[in-house]
Design a protein around this ligand. Structure first.
Ligand code: NAD
Length: 259
């Protein structure tokens, strides 16, 4: 699928899944705004894209800062002349049993995932609606559909993203804007590596069991979902050009969740 001539904004594109999506989009011909709160990481993704003859700009953006989101998206629109695809992907994970979950940390997780998705959507549709075209892609999770212990903040935020995306499918339709959610299973990124010792501590089980039982136990083949798989789905959603596919969530999890 070609994205030649189009432009995309991807948050959290300095690492993991977001980085892979930025590289995949650029490889398919899109110009990519690589947004991240970590400037060095965003620069490194841009350098990789440019080394492969792709086009990208690095944008320092904390997705919870409304001014930074508006300015960053406007800069991308200025640089590329358009915004065709939004990928709201920036995220963090914090795990605690609810009785020990500091409210401040709960709010931080929800602010980044859900508040960030709201702000980014608001900034991007200003550039999509006048052109009567656009694809909103949200990074959900199997935790948009299922719950796990210790993850009250993350599960709440990821369920909320489904609601936001469905509202945007209805509001965006008359403006030619589609809205969908990708729901990956466990993908080996820094976000997941960090949870292994934390969950082992909180659940009182060995780290190997966190991987084999919690992360992969429900899969059909004991395998992690790959960043490449998730990037391929994002490419598909970016390129799909009619309202036939809107308001949906697509799960890629080796069967960890079926639904
Ligand atoms: P990651 O830690 O590798 O990358 C996350 C990126 O987001 C980092 O570059 C980080 O700097 C950036 N970021 C964090 N807070 C930010 C903020 N306030 N503003 C802008 N950027 C910020 O993590 P990942 O695993 O690639 O996760 C990416 C997305 O995929 C997240 O939304 C996550 O919830 C989702 N996801 C991950 C998995 C998985 O197993 N790894 C599974 C399902 C969903």
């Amino acid at each position: 699928m070609s994205l030649a001539g189009s432009a995309a904004v991807v948050t959290g594109a300095g690492s993991g899944i977001g980085r892979e999506i930025a590289l995949r989009f650029a490889g398919a011909g899109a110009r990519v705004a690589v947004c991240d709160v970590n400037a060095a990481a965003a620069d490194a993704t841009v350098a990789t894209i440019r080394a492969a003859a792709g086009e990208a700009v690095a944008i320092l953006m904390d997705v919870t800062d409304e001014d930074a989101v508006n300015e960053g998206v406007d800069r991308a629109a200025e640089a590329f002349g358009r915004i065709d695809t939004m990928v709201s992907n920036a995220g963090i994970q914090i795990v605690h049993p609810l009785e020990d979950f500091p409210y401040e940390e709960f709010r931080r997780v929800v602010d980044i995932h859900l508040g960030g998705a709201f702000l980014l959507t608001k900034a991007c549709i200003r550039h999509m609606y006048p052109r009567k075209s656009g694809s909103l892609i949200y990074m959900g999770s199997v935790h948009s559909h299922e719950a796990s212990p210790l993850k009250s903040a993350y599960v709440s935020a990821k369920h909320g993203i489904l609601g936001l995306a469905r509202v945007m499918a209805k509001e965006g339709a008359k403006h030619g804007v589609r809205s969908n959610v990708i729901c990956p299973g466990f993908v080996k990124t820094p976000l997941v590596e960090k949870q292994i010792p934390e969950q082992a501590r909180d659940l009182g089980i060995p780290e190997a069991d966190v991987v084999s039982r919690i992360m992969l136990g429900n899969t059909v083949d004991g395998e992690f979902t790959s960043m490449a798989d998730v990037a391929e789905l994002a490419l598909f959603l970016a390129g799909f050009s009619s309202n036939a596919l809107t308001g949906q969530s697509i799960t890629a999890s080796h069967g960890w969740h079926m639904g």
